[in-house]
Each structure stands twice: as structure tokens, then as C-alpha cells.
Design a protein. Structure first.
Ligand code: HEM
Lengths: 280, 463
């Protein structure tokens, strides 16, 4: 039994939770929501165990480092953060339909880590530039931010689906989605939370770069994309607060913001120029 | 009558332009959109590479707009400058109204009671019996609370978190501070590099992007450079032992590794690269072909050494990392010139990997290289940026400001208690400047707590 195996199994646990939430929503079986929550809890336990075991394994291999330094490890942490933040939201707001939108994201992230052929789960030693506590802070804060934005994305999608609180047609389906006011407010809370952590992530990244290369900002594509993402969400905050934007426009905006997050996370590898995620 | 008026109007218009949040939204989106361009087109590549990729015409066009170094172009910097002015003007503009709230001694709750109460309930006690318990309970949550007697009833007016209104100006100020720090760095800092051979020292460095050199005002010596590897072959650690010398005197000594630079007089030395240096000395062996006797000699590069028994002289020439002998790779080799009495000087090669290579020449003495001290140079990035503390102060302010602006709020409540027949009617009004849903929940909880506070339990507690 090793960490990769535990994490593969966890993928299916998250998948099961996502299915339960979806079934509860689509077939109006509210009774399924409670077991779904327990399954998420189990998934979080598995995800955490996988993370911790990987840490232990790296010590056994004589490498000894927190598992937060390549694509595989970041995906594992990303899914863990999505699930944890979702559990907190469910505990506070008691709207389990959100699980039908949040858990698929956690599942996808972990499935991509476990199954994609180009994501290696080998534990590799750290290059010299990556040995820094600031890097650890950087990765943790960034991925908490990304996870909050992912849930805001889910809430945005729900808002667009819902359209109208008392719509007709698929009304029965839509009636289980929380009222628009709640979606709007909750989505905004997630964006605020994400913005704070994205800011902390960008800034700790800058401190790290300064300690490794003597330059806190170098306009490399990944840095630049994180700044673009930050600009997008800053625009959203101002449009909402000062121009009174609400509802649909903000929902779309926050989904665009998440697209920028995805480019920052994955897309940058396809852009010209070298980047330092792992390549130092 | 007054020809200052139009000028003043124009100034007002300009001020108005810069206080608008619409401008903020437009500038932020423009910054985002243009930054995308810079990530799609590689920056600071060679002109040839661009011409090959985009063609001559497009190259010229893009070049005119500095697209190849766009983050440092006049127009990108102007966008940032506009943002900075926008933030500054906006903050100055809104400051008086923020400060009035934060610094005022009064509790302003007048408009609150015009709204609907957030929660209400009845209590079977008389307002007079409830008063002290209510006041104490509310004060625990809202330290600024005041009790107002109103006929037979009373009101508790309370407020908290006024100072949290400073969160948003703190965020905005932080961005100006960070930009100011960056400006200080670009005026008073530099970014350069230097290579120091092991054992060597330097007192000037080369600047990046300009090829100019810069004297340091002191000397840096590299005593030792080491690179260690993981079993997989990837590098584990680069380490340089550096010494700072002032007028030839040692003043500071430190081993630097990546992520742990040496700092001296505001100048930072970062481990950034390394490379091999030609060796300084080699050890040669001369083996007699007849007797097999072997003699060893250490000799510095470029120097000559006499062969035993008057056999001639050998002058060490250069060291080659990849030497080809008649088209065949033989690896690292030392080249030199051999002079023997009565013969013309001959250039010979001594590959390190093949100690018997020189047998081929069929001379009296067979030469080979028994060892050489391979040396490295360490590549250091040398920077000075007096703006960094300012930038870091901005970072701290940004995070604290966001925290306060997002998760704290200025909250006011009024708890209104009036007598009604043999009981009291309690209404709670309240407002917060953000996260109203959360605040309303909190007020309802407060209501529930107050409704459970009966004077009997209060008396019991106070005994
Ligand atoms: C990169 C630039 C900027 C960033 C990151 C930024 C950030 C923020 C943040 C985080 C908030 C609080 C939003 C919330 O609580 O939901 C805020 C509010 C605000 N910002 Fe900015 N801001 C920027 C530029 C500007 C500029 C240039 C202006 C000038 C017009 C401006 C005007 C405002 C105003 C008026 C508020 C609302 C204050 C209030 O009433 O609560 N911001 N900004």
C-alpha cells in the first residue's frame, strides 16, 4: 500500500460523493445528502492520508520534503483543498446541492493526477532552487486560493442555471438550487477568500524569487498569468462594489476568472519561454 | 471676471476622471489584456528569432511598439502610472469621509431604526429588570455600547469595528507603496553577474542588459566551489565559499547556496550558475622506455619542465575538454610542445583517459598526465535593490488590508426594549458595512441569547 494507491482509491471516493450529491439533486432524494457528506469526509481522510504518506515515503527515500513540488503533488493538494473548503461551506450554509458542483471538480483534479499519462507520481528530489520554506508557503496559499475560486466557479455555474427563482419547465430541478441571493453572496465570499489567498500566494512567490535569484518580479509567463488572474478578480471586486454589478454578470465574471486560474495553472506550460515550476 | 474659472473646471474634470472607478476597471482590464500579449510573444529574444517567427514586416511593426520588451515599454509603464494616480486620487478623495467615521466620538445610529428590525421577541420581565443583564451581555460583544433611558423602557446603542473601514484604504495604499518600492529599485538598484574562478577574486561585476561593468568598492574571493548530486544525477546543492575583502583584509566569510545569499553593504550575491575552469597545475609522469623508470613532476599550465637525463623540455600548452585526435574523440587532453636536443619541436597531445597514448610516438620518454586539479568557477548573480524593504512593507499592508476589508466589518446595533402589558417588547436593529448575511445571523443569535437571559439566573450568577 503506497500513497499513489491510496490517492487513486480516493479519486473513486470523491467520484462516489459527487454521484450521491448529483442523485440527491436530480432525483430529489434529499436523504442521500447525508451519506454524501460522510463520503466526502472519508475522501478527505484518504486524501490527507495519501498526502501524509507521500511525505513519509520521501523521508524513507532519503529525500525528505513536503510533497508540494510538482504537478502531481499540487493536484493532490488542490483536490484536498476543494473538498475541505466545500465541507466548511456545507457546514455553514447547509446547501448540499453545491456538492453536486464542487465534488466533481475535486474528483477531476485527483483523477487527472492519478490517471493522466503525462503526470508522473514519482517522488523526485528537489532542485536546489526549490528548497525554500517560502516555496511551501507559496504553493499552499496559491492552491487554497485556486480551490476557493473553483468553488466560486461552481456557484457561478449554478447561478446561471438557476436564472430565475421561480422558473418553469425544469423548475423542479432548479428549485433544489439555493436561492440566487444566497448563491451570489456565497460566490462573493469565495471570491474574497480566493483573492486574499491568491494575493498571499503571489507575494510569497515574489519573496521566494527574491531569496533565490535576487529579483522579486521577473515577468515570466507564470508570474504574469497569476497577475492577470489577480487583475481579473480585482476588477470583479470593483465592478461589484462600486458599479453595483450583481448576479449574472458577476457569475460570468467569476467563471472567466477561473479560466484565468486554469491558464495560470496548466496553460502556461504550453506558452513559449521557460517556466520555473520545478524547472528552477 | 475670473479667468481662473475655466482652468479650475478643467482641473476638476481631471480630478473627477481620476476618482472614477470606471477608470479603475478599464485600466485593470487593459493591464490584464496587454499582459496576455507578453506571455504569448516571447520577450527579449534575438531579432533573428523574431524575424524567423513573424517575418520582417511584422517584426518591424511589433518592434515599434516595444512588444518584445513590453513590460518595460513606455505604454505599459504609463498604464501602471495611471493606475497609481487613480488609486492615489481616489484614496485622497474618499479619505475625509472614512476618517470622519473612524475618528468621530459619537455613535451614529439614527438611521438604523427606520429599517425593519432584524429580530424581535417578548420577555415576561419588566424592562427595569432586564436592563443590567442586557447591557453586560451586549457589551461583551460590542465594547462601545451605551445605555439610554427612555421613559419606562431603554435602548442599548452599540457599535464595533469602526477602524475596519481603514482596510480598503490600506489595500490601496499598499499598491502605491509596492510601486514606489519598485521605482526606488529601478533608480538606485542594479542587476548584474560575475564569474569567479575558485581561488580567484573580483572587484567589479558586469551589468545585465547593458554590458557595462560596475566597480563594487570591495573585493570578493571564492575560496571553494562544490556541487553535489543526487543518485539520479540531478544536482542537489551548489555551494560557494565566499570571502569579502576590504583593502585586502578579510571582513566577512560565508558559504552561499541557492536560496541563501551573501549580503554585504546592500549588495547581494546569489548562487546562480557554475562551470569548469581550465586546470592550474597538472602532474606529469615521464616513463623511460628502456628501464621503465618513472619520474613525476608537477607543473603549472604554460610552464616548461625538463625531461630526466637531459631528454629535453616539455612546455605545457592548453587544456582541452573535448580533444579530437585525427577525427577521433579522445576526451579531455593536455596539449604541449616537446623539444628534444637535435630535433624540431613537436606538438603532442596527452589524453587523460589513455595514459599510454604517448607510446605511439616511440620516444625515449613516454609522457602522460597523472592528475590535474580541475577547478570550477562559480557564477554569481549580483544585485542591489534598496526598494525591497519598501516593497515588502507593501506586501504586509496588502495582506492585512485585504483581511480587514474582506472579513471584518463595521457593525452597529440598537436593542430597543419597551414596556408592554406585564412584559417587555424587544426589537434589535442593526447594520454592517459588509457581509450582511453573516451579520444578520449573528444578530439573531444575540437575540436568542438575550431572550434566554432571565433576571433570575442573572441574580443566581452574581451571588
Ligand atoms: C490593483 C489595483 C487595486 C486593487 C487590488 C484594489 C483592491 C480593492 C479591494 C480588495 C477592495 C475591497 C473590495 C471588497 O471589499 O469587496 C477595494 C475597494 C475599493 N476600491 Fe480598489 N483596488 C485597486 C484599485 C483601485 C483604484 C484605482 C480605485 C480608484 C478609483 C479604487 C477604488 C476603490 C473603492 C472606491 C473601493 C470601495 C471602498 C468601499 O466603499 O468599501 N480601487 N479595492
Amino acid at each position: 500500500m503506497n500513497s499513489s494507491w491510496i490517492l487513486s482509491v480516493t479519486t473513486f471516493i470523491y467520484g462516489l460523493a459527487a454521484l450521491l450529491y448529483l442523485a440527491a439533486w436530480v432525483f430529489h432524494r434529499e436523504g442521500l445528502n447525508r451519506p454524501a457528506t460522510w463520503v466526502v469526509g472519508l475522501g478527505v481522510a484518504g486524501n490527507t492520508a495519501g498526502f501524509a504518506l507521500r511525505w513519509v515515503e520521501s523521508y524513507r527515500m532519503g529525500i525528505g520534503r513536503i510533497p508540494l513540488s510538482n504537478l502531481y503533488e499540487s493536484l493532490v493538494f488542490f483536490s484536498l483543498m476543494i473538498a475541505v473548503i466545500y465541507l466548511v461551506v456545507e457546514h455553514k450554509y447547509r446547501q448540499p446541492t453545491i456538492g453536486a458542483f464542487a465534488l466533481p471538480l475535486a474528483t477531476l483534479s485527483l483523477a487527472y493526477a492519478s490517471l493522466a499519462p503525462n503526470v508522473s507520481d514519482r517522488i523526485q528530489p528537489l532542485l536546489p532552487a526549490l528548497k525554500s520554506n517560502w516555496l511551501t508557503v507559496h504553493v499552499i496559499t496559491c492552491f487554497i486560493g485556486y480551490a476557493a475560486f473553483a468553488i466560486a466557479f461552481g456557484l457561478g455555474a449554478m447561478y446561471l442555471l438557476k436564472r430565475d427563482d421561480n422558473g418553469t419547465g425544469t423548475a423542479a430541478l432548479l428549485s433544489a438550487i439555493p436561492p440566487r441571493r444566497v448563491l451570489d453572496e456565497l460566490g462573493h465570499q469565495m471570491v474574497l477568500f480566493g483573492f486574499l489567498f491568491l494575493s498571499a500566494g503571489i507575494l510569497s512567490g515574489a519573496v521566494w524569487a527574491n531569496s533565490a535569484w535576487g529579483r522579486y518580479w521577473g515577468w515570466d509567463p507564470k508570474e504574469t498569468w497569476s497577475l492577470i488572474t489577480w487583475f481579473v478578480y480585482a476588477t470583479l471586486l470593483h465592478a461589484r462594489l462600486m458599479r453595483g454589478w450583481r448576479g449574472k454578470r458577476i457569475a460570468v465574471f467569476s467563471m472567466v476568472g477561473f479560466a484565468a486560474v486554469m491558464v495560470t495553472y496548466f496553460g502556461v506550460n504550453y506558452l513559449p519561454g521557460l517556466h520555473s515550476y520545478g524547472a528552477g | 471676471m475670473n479667468n481662473n474659472a475655466p482652468r479650475k473646471n478643467r482641473l476638476d474634470a481631471l480630478w473627477g476622471f481620476f476618482t472614477s472607478v470606471r477608470l479603475t476597471v478599464v485600466v485593470l482590464l487593459l493591464l490584464a489584456a496587454t499582459s496576455v500579449v507578453g506571455t504569448l510573444i516571447p520577450q527579449n529574444a534575438s531579432p533573428q528569432a523574431y524575424i524567423q517567427a513573424y517575418g520582417e514586416f511584422a517584426y518591424r511593426l511589433l518592434h515599434v511598439f516595444n512588444i518584445f520588451d513590453m513590460y518595460y515599454s513606455w505604454w505599459f509603464r504609463s498604464l501602471i502610472a495611471i493606475l497609481a494616480v487613480n488609486i492615489t486620487v481616489c484614496t485622497i478623495h474618499r479619505w475625509p469621509s472614512i476618517w470622519r467615521i473612524v475618528a468621530s466620538g459619537k455613535l451614529r445610529t439614527a438611521s438604523l431604526e427606520k429599517r425593519r428590525p432584524l429580530t424581535e421577541f417578548s420577555d415576561r420581565h419588566d424592562p427595569r429588570e432586564l436592563r443590567e443583564g442586557y447591557r453586560a451581555c451586549i457589551r461583551r460583544k460590542f465594547p462601545r455600547a451605551r445605555l439610554l433611558q427612555e421613559g419606562k423602557g431603554f435602548r442599548v446603542v452599540a457599535e464595533r469595528g469602526r477602524w475596519t473601514r481603514l482596510g480598503v484604504p490600506a489595500v490601496h495604499l499598499s499598491i502605491v507603496v509596492i510601486l514606489a518600492g519598485a521605482l526606488i529599485g529601478s533608480f538606485f538598484g542594479f542587476d548584474g553577474f560575475v564569474n569567479i574562478p575558485e581561488g580567484g577574486s573580483v572587484s567589479q561585476i558586469r551589468l545585465r542588459n547593458s554590458d557595462a561593468t560596475l566597480p563594487l568598492g570591495f573585493e570578493v574571493r571564492c575560496d571553494d566551489f562544490d556541487v553535489s548530486f543526487y543518485k539520479s544525477g540531478s544536482p542537489k546543492e551548489f555551494r560557494s565559499s565566499l570571502v569579502i575583502l576590504e583593502n585586502g583584509r578579510k571582513v566577512l566569510e560565508k558559504d552561499i547556496i541557492v536560496n541563501d545569499p551573501l549580503r554585504y553593504r546592500g549588495i547581494n550575491f546569489f548562487q546562480s550558475s557554475y562551470g569548469p575552469m581550465p586546470p592550474k597545475k597538472i602532474t606529469l609522469t615521464f616513463t623511460s622506455r628502456d628501464s621503465g623508470r618513472t619520474v613525476r613532476h608537477q607543473v603549472a599550465m604554460g610552464r616548461s619542465v625538463a625531461l630526466p637525463e637531459g631528454g629535453g623540455r616539455f612546455t605545457v600548452g592548453e587544456y582541452r575538454r573535448d580533444y579530437r585526435f585525427r577525427g577521433v574523440q579522445v576526451g579531455a587532453a593536455v596539449l604541449g610542445v616537446l623539444e628534444r636536443p637535435g630535433q624540431a619541436p613537436a606538438e603532442i597531445a596527452l589524453p587523460l583517459r589513455f595514459p599510454t597514448f604517448d607510446r605511439m610516438r616511440k620516444g625515449d620518454w613516454i609522457l602522460s598526465v597523472a592528475g590535474l586539479e580541475e577547478a570550477y568557477y562559480t557564477g554569481l548573480q549580483v544585485t542591489r535593490d534598496p526598494g525591497v524593504p519598501v516593497v515588502y512593507a507593501g506586501f504586509v499592508l496588502l495582506i492585512l488590508g485585504c483581511w480587514v476589508a474582506f472579513f471584518m466589518s463595521h457593525q452597529k446595533i440598537v436593542v430597543d426594549v419597551r414596556p408592554s402589558a406585564h412584559s417587555s417588547r424587544v426589537k434589535i436593529f442593526g447594520t454592517a458595512n459588509r457581509n450582511r448575511l453573516g451579520f444578520e445571523n449573528k444578530v439573531r443569535k444575540l437575540g436568542a441569547e438575550l431572550s434566554r437571559l432571565s433576571p433570575e439566573t442573572q441574580q443566581g450568577e452574581s451571588k
